[in-house]
Design a protein around this ligand. Structure first.
Ligand SMILES: [Zn+2]
Length: 98
């Protein structure tokens, strides 16, 4: 099973294309995340991550920390490509509903 295809199915199923901020929720508990400075979370980061990144997202509920690594960039580009596709191929109105 192709992971990109699975993600696209999820995006379709939950209509995520219409959501303005796809990365505003914690992946573990779905609570809102907020942007934080490195100083607030650096004691919890792997050394490489601490050196490489300076902006992080912190879950307000379970305190999971996220940063824009390779996986994040790939997901974002995939979501953007889905959004672009959505903008150019709106389904025609359902004529039978009239
Ligand atoms: Zn959380």
């Amino acid at each position: 099973m192709n992971a990109d295809h699975q993600l696209l199915e999820l995006v379709e199923a939950f209509d995520l294309r219409e959501r303005p901020a796809p990365f505003s929720r914690c992946l573990k508990c779905n609570a809102p995340v907020r942007s934080v400075e490195r100083e607030l979370v650096e004691h919890r980061l792997p050394k490489y991550t601490r050196l490489e990144y300076d902006r992080f997202l912190l879950c307000e509920h379970c305190e999971s920390v996220y940063w824009p690594g390779v996986h994040f960039a790939r997901l974002r580009s995939l979501v953007e490509s889905v959004s672009a596709e959505s903008a150019t191929s709106k389904a025609p109105p359902d004529r039978e509903a009239q």
